[in-house]
Design a protein around this ligand. Structure first.
Ligand code: IMP
Length: 464
């Protein structure tokens, strides 16, 4: 009997990252056999709630707490060996089984000590996460530098790990040959060696056809994007972007599968938008002032503790100054970096940008997270929820225009049906569907695993 061929869905963030993708992946992972990453590396910060508490993921796909699933890291990803080994250890402590089910493509580029140094020195100007992501992808594209290979791939470690680590030491020395720098690199490489020894016993290194064979045998794949479409290295606003392609189409390059198997694209957005790092953010509360304040906080390493000690969120929320209100909203909605703890810049929903991203990437269904957080607007000075929409000007041109929705008080407990949602929230959701011409599959009503309300069922496949 012929086996039914599998398929691949792609899930991506629609704004500037941190939209709560992991929560959605965790919720729908039961419908798949493999959760796969296709871009990025330890710069991602995914948080999932588990029965044992909160777990933070950086490189491991968010399906890790579903024991029956295989996990795949595609060749479009860059791997930080030390952090990956640490992540595996802490997930084991949290009760997850990793051995034998984490597959890593042999062509993934490995983050080298030089990449971390370079990012630490130069990345702050655009607010990178400091994980060496940009320099690593740059060296992958560079291929060759001063008579030696600029990249180390996982397969180089498999073939000759001693040689690969030696290459990293020599490569770093080309940029900084001072004794202190050499010692720091040697120390990093020693830790990487130890990490690689552990990883060799845990991960399964695969070739270019592994995923194809699984899909041909019937596997259902969920590609999980890291960062978000607005941070795409080419499609986003240079230089304020990450260094990989975050667009869903790239899942079929960085994820090592033909696009023939694509079924549908799922977009995840947040009802109150956040951005970390520098870059344009048209709907930011407090505009430039907020951007400067958050950049400064990131440099000084101040985060939620300092804000909690310094500010009174309840009174600032009612302030007529959007900058103050933004700080209060951040405190009340917990918008701080997963790994770094740095304050995220906050802004209201930009429907014009969302609609454009949905159209550009042919998104089939949307999830809108953090809808519960909108109730804080009831305690703001204006008592309304602002949304940046699109209106027609007198000349018939589409122009951005702010729409205001009546704020609603806290949601009723245990909302099980869309009809139980406050009318104002239902109206806002309708406006999102109208502006994007895309159905909302579900909304986030709290951080918990079960605080996700399904609004419409169906596989949403555009060709189904
Ligand atoms: P990099 O990816 O570390 O090079 O950082 C480049 C930009 O992408 C910076 O503005 C980062 O804050 C942003 N970025 C990278 N990863 C994430 C993420 O997981 N969530 C949100 N922003 C991110």
């Amino acid at each position: 009997m012929k086996t039914r061929t599998g398929f691949a869905d792609v899930l991506v963030g629609m704004q500037y990252g941190d939209e709560g993708k992991a929560k959605i992946v965790d919720r729908i992972a039961g419908d798949y056999d493999i959760v796969a990453r296709f871009n990025g590396g330890a710069n991602a910060g995914h948080t999932v709630q588990t029965p044992q508490g909160q777990a933070r993921l950086a490189q491991i796909p968010s399906g890790v707490f579903h024991p029956g699933l295989s996990l795949y890291i595609g060749s479009g990803c860059v791997v930080n060996l030390t952090k990956l080994a640490d992540e595996i250890a802490s997930l084991r402590d949290a009760g997850a089984r990793i051995d034998g089910r984490l597959y890593v493509n042999e062509r993934c580029a490995v983050i080298q000590p030089m990449h971390l140094d370079f990012d630490a020195r130069h990345g702050a100007g655009i607010g990178t996460t400091g994980n060496g992501i940009g320099p690593c992808y740059a060296d992958l594209a560079l291929r060759w530098h001063r008579g030696m290979r600029s990249v180390v791939q996982v397969r180089d470690l498999v073939a000759d790990d001693a040689g690969a680590f030696e290459q990293m030491l020599r490569y770093a020395a080309q940029f900084d040959d001072a004794p202190a720098a050499r010692a720091a690199t040697a120390d990093r490489v020693a830790r990487m060696r130890a990490a690689w020894r552990t990883l060799r016993e845990t991960i399964v290194v695969t070739d270019a056809l592994w995923l194809t064979h699984r899909v041909k045998a019937g596997a259902r794949v969920l590609f999980e994007g890291a960062q978000s479409v607005m941070l795409d290295v080419a499609g986003g606003e240079q230089p304020y972007v990450t260094s990989s392609h975050t667009a869903p189409a790239f899942a079929f390059v960085g994820g090592d599968l033909s696009n023939r198997y694509h079924r549908k694209t799922i977009g995840v957005a947040k009802a109150i938008v956040s951005r970390v790092g520098e870059g344009p953010f048209p709907t930011e509360f407090g505009g430039e002032r907020s951007a400067r304040y958050c950049a400064d906080a990131a440099l000084r390493g101040t985060g939620w503790r300092e804000e909690r000690d310094r500010f009174d969120a309840a009174s600032m929320l009612a302030s007529e100054d959007d900058f103050d209100m933004g700080i209060a909203l951040r405190m009340l909605t917990g918008e701080y970096g997963t790994g770094s703890g740095r304050p995220r810049r906050l802004g209201y929903l930009d429907l014009a940008a969302l609609a454009s991203a949905v159209e550009r990437h042919a998104v089939d269904e949307l999830y809108l997270n953090k809808c519960d957080c909108l109730s804080w607007f009831a305690k703001t000075h204006a008592g309304e929820i602002p949304v940046l929409g699109i209106a027609l000007s007198e000349g018939g041109r589409s122009v951005p225009a702010i729409r205001r929705f009546t704020a609603f008080e806290a949601l009723p407990r245990n909302v099980h049906r869309p009809e139980d949602l406050p009318g104002a929230l239902q109206a806002l959701l309708q406006a999102v569907e109208q502006a994007t011409s895309c159905r909302i599959a579900g909304i986030g009503l709290g951080p918990g695993r079960n605080q996700l309300l399904t609004l419409s069922e169906g596989d949403g496949a555009h060709d189904a």
